[in-house]
Design a protein around this ligand. Sequence first.
Ligand code: 5AD
Ligand code: SF4
Length: 467
Amino acid sequence: MEGVKKNRIFIKTYGCQMNFHDSGLIEDGLLKNGFDKAGSLNDADIVILNTCSVRDHADHKIVSEIGRLKGDKKIVLTGCFAKQIKLKRENGVSVNNADIPVDYCFAPDEILSIPEILAGNFEKNYNGDINDKGFKEEFKATAKDDYQNFNLIEEYFYNKKVDSGFATIKIIEGCNNFCSYCIVPFVRGKERSIPFEIIYNSAKRYADKGVRELLLLGQNVNSYLSPEDDKKDFSYMLESLTKINGIKKIKFLTSHPKDFNDKLIELIASNDKISKNIHLPVQAGSDRVLSAMNRGYIRRDYLNLIEKLRKKCPDAAFSTDIIVGFPTETKEDFNMTLSLIDEAGFDFLFGFKYSPRPFTKAFEFKDDVSLEEKKERLGMVFEKQKKVFSSILNSLRGKRLNVTILAVGKGKNPAEFKNGILFKGEGLNDRTVYIVNKDKYKNLRIGDKGIADITYIENNRLYGEVI
Ligand code: 5AD
Ligand code: SF4
C-alpha cells in the first residue's frame, strides 16, 4: 500500500441504541480482520456511517454528512438509511446517486458481512478505479440475513471487552407491527429472536467480566420468543437473567403496550433486579389516531396498563414516545394527547413531528398538518410534560430511597456538579438524584449504595441527602 496505512476505520453512529449495538459488532469484526481504529473521522481511511432513517430529518443529516466526506476516504453506508436506499433501488424508485456517492452499501441485516467483504475487496477497491461511486452490483450478492448467523453473534459477546459495569444485549431484531407511520419493519425486516442460550451465556460471560447492569434491546422486546423453545418468552428470559450471579439490574427497551402481559407485570413487580423505569411508547392520545396508526390498542387500554403497573410498582417511572401531526390529526385529537400526558404521568417523553416515510402505509396519506402546526403542537407537548414531571418530582419530596452513586465530583459533565453538588446517584426506580456536597459524603465512590432522603426539588431535579 505504498507505505501508507490505508486501513484505519472510523464508525459514526446515528439513531437508536440498536445502531450503537450494531456498530460494536461491526467494529469488532473489522479489528479482527486487520483494520485499525482511527483516532478521529479526519484520520480515517474508511468511514462507516451506521445510519438511521426513522424520520426525514435523519436522512438529511446523513446526506449532508456524505457531502462533507467526499474526497479520498472510502465511505461505507449501513443501517436503516442504507436499507432505505437499497429498497428504493430494488423498487425502481429513483435515488439521486450524485447525492449519495458511497463505496459500499450494507443493509442492517448484512452488517456481519462487512468486515469480510471490506477485507477481501479493500485493496482492489482502494487502488482501483473508484470513479463510479455508485452502488456496486457485486455487493448485492451479500443479501442474506446475518442475524441468523448466531455463531458470529455469540463470538462477539464472547470476545467483547468490558470497560464498565454496564452492557447491552440485543435479544430481538426487526418488527412485525407495521405501525402505519414507521419504516422500521421495512428496513430492519421481520422479527427474529436470538436464541435464549446465546443471550443467557452472553449475559453470564458479561457478569463474569464485571458487568452488573444489562440493557436488553429490541424494537419490541415483549414479543421475544426463543426460536428453539416457545416456552422461553420475554418473561422467562428476564427472570433467568436475574438469577445470574453478579447481575444487579436489568433494563429493557422498547416495550409495546399491546404485548405487555400480566405475567410480565407480575414478574417486574416481584423482582428487585428488574428496573421499574419503563419506556412505553404511546404515540397519541386519540383512539381515532391510534387506530389510523395501527397501534393495536386504544387510549383506555394504555392508561389501564399504566394503572396496573403503578398499582403493583408504586413510584414506577414511565417514559414514552409521542408523535404530533399525524395525517388528519385534529386539534381535538391532539388535545387528547395532551390530556393523556397528564393522566399517565410520565417522567420523560420523546416528542416528534410526524414525517412521512417511504414504503409505509401513512406515506399514502396526505401530510395535512402544516409544519407550523406540528411545531406548535410539539411545543405544547414539551410544555405539558415539564409541568407533569415537576409535579411528579414534588410528590417524591420526603421519600427515603436506596441510591447508587453513578458519578462523583466534577466528572464527565461538570454542569451537573456546579454549586457544590457532588454526587449523581440513581434511585427510586432509576431516577437521577443529586446528593448535596457535604463533608460527611466525601468518601463516597461510584457504585456505592446508600439510603437517601429527598430533601428538595429545584430546576426539575431531585436533591437528596445520604443518611
Ligand atoms: N414520524 C415521526 N416520528 C416517528 N417515529 C417513528 N416513525 C416516525 C415518523 N414517521 C417515532 C415513534 C417511535 C420513535 C422511535 O420514533 O415515536 O416510537
Ligand atoms: Fe415501528 Fe411500531 Fe415496530 Fe415500533 S412497534 S418499530 S413504531 S412498527
